[in-house]
Write a protein that binds this ligand. Structure first.
Ligand SMILES: *Cc1c(COP(=O)(O)O)cnc(C)c1O
Length: 428
């Protein structure tokens, strides 16, 4: 006999009260979910069109080894990415170890001693501080004589145009714009706002390279930063564009000249894009990119569901339950460490992998407080899969993202609420 879905949920540990509360929140989200589905459809067609145009074929999936000369699968995939991002070229490689590496390659490939790098949107992602040399680090851009300037966002999250204008000078070679808020509380930038910022900068200095750190932003909207003037767009394949299937990798899409320069940095001067065997990962790169619009749609639904659920319970959530979305990250501020821990334990308990593990806060390198992390992922550290982390310090917020399917994201969020409910930290 077939079980009722609620029986299954109860067998997996979700109580009647949590189920009912979740159902009420979900019922109010029909229209928003429909709008997400329309975006998914649009982006799915965009990817499919690029794959058909480039005649993707079975031969693309063959593993290559050694130097990887004339790697058909690799070269076609790069053409597919370039078509989706509407750019002249792209570099999409398993030799790019992660998002930070992709950004470091794009920056160091395009900056030379004496050049200046500008961030007009405040402090970049933590790991970039060492790439740039904001925190002294071996091999940083600073060690190679590249200077750095930063213009803070205004209180209200707006761009400080007069300060940006003053910061641009004859040495400014590259402007880096981070789309996602990452683990800060500023709003994530919409593609439209990124376009406005780039237009302002290019009007004053047309030859400057505008690069966007696109991590967590791919396929959230119908346009990408390269549709609004970005010269380079950079991201990680164990986030959105890998669709959960890519086991490693990063991409750099943009103007041919700048992508080439990045390729000479990634491999070697003289070699550039010509070398770099794809080993056996091409199937997962193609299939992951094909699935990415749908996966991102599921992650977005999860983020919106969580925002609405926890907002109803009186917690502060960023973005709030109604706001439009420009990345897949959701922050919930709990105000006490017990709730942060309970939330992360719920996400972990809901995972397909390592569900029996109980995460504990610990002193992670690079953080100034203990951090608790929940991740039960098929790919280590993959944050397109349902994952959460919370620094154990005021304001006691958790940041969570991902979910390869909406149904799994929903279950994870219900489980997080269940843990809070069992600990007596919320009343339903
Ligand atoms: C994740 C992320 C990075 C770094 O990517 P890693 O794969 O963790 O090295 C850089 N910028 C932003 C905005 C990110 O979200």
């Amino acid at each position: 006999m077939m079980k009722e879905i609620n029986t299954l949920y109860r067998e997996m540990g979700i109580s009647e009260a949590v189920l009912a509360f979740g159902a009420r929140a979900e019922a109010e989200l029909k229209e928003r979910f429909e709008a997400i589905e329309e975006n998914v459809e649009y982006n799915q067609m965009k990817v499919l069109q690029a794959m058909r145009k480039n005649r993707v074929e079975a031969a693309c999936f063959a593993a290559t080894s050694g130097y990887g000369y004339n790697d058909l699968g690799r070269d076609k995939l790069e053409a597919v990415y370039a078509d989706v991002f509407h750019t002249e070229a792209a570099l999409v490689r398993p030799q790019i170890a992660c998002g930070t590496h992709a950004l470091a390659v794009a920056l160091s490939g395009n900056l030379r001693p004496g050049d200046e790098l500008l961030s007009p949107v405040g402090k970049p992602y933590d790991t970039l501080e060492e790439v740039i040399g904001i925190r002294p680090s071996i091999g940083s851009l600073a060690e190679y004589g590249v200077t750095y300037r930063q213009v803070e966002l205004l209180e209200d999250g707006g761009f400080d145009y007069p300060a940006i204008e003053r910061a641009l000078n004859e040495r400014t070679r590259l402007v880096t714009i981070q789309r996602s808020k990452g683990y800060q509380t500023r709003p994530t930038l919409s593609v439209k706002r990124i376009g406005e910022l780039i237009a302002f900068i290019k009007e004053r200095k047309p030859d400057v390279i505008c690069m966007v750190d696109n991590c967590y932003g791919e396929f959230v909207e119908r346009m990408e930063p390269t549709d609004v003037g970005a010269d380079l767009c950079v991201g990680s394949l164990i986030k959105n564009p890998g669709g959960g299937l890519a086991p490693i990798g990063g991409y750099i899409a943009g103007k041919e000249e700048y992508v080439e320069r990045a390729a000479y940095r990634l491999t070697s001067p003289g070699l550039g894009k010509e070398v770099g065997a794809s080993l056996g990962v091409m199937t997962s790169f193609y299939q992951g990119f094909f699935l990415a619009p749908t996966v991102v749609g599921g992650a977005l639904k999860g983020a919106i569901f969580a925002a609405n659920l926890y907002e109803k319970l009186g917690f502060s959530v960023i973005p709030n339950g109604k706001e439009s979305r420009h990345d897949i990250i959701q922050a919930v501020t709990f105000g006490n460490p017990e709730a942060v821990i309970a939330f992360c334990r719920g996400i972990q308990a809901a995972a397909p992998v390592d569900s029996y593990v109980t995460p504990e806060p610990w002193a992670m390198p690079g953080y100034d407080s203990d951090v608790i992390m929940a991740a039960g992922a098929f790919v280590q550290g993959s944050s397109i899969e349902l994952s959460a982390d919370g620094p154990i310090k005021p304001p006691y917020a958790v940041y969570f993202q991902g979910g390869l399917t909406w149904q799994h994201a929903k279950f994870g969020i219900l489980m997080s609420l269940q843990k809070l409910y069992e600990a007596g930290l919320v009343k339903l």
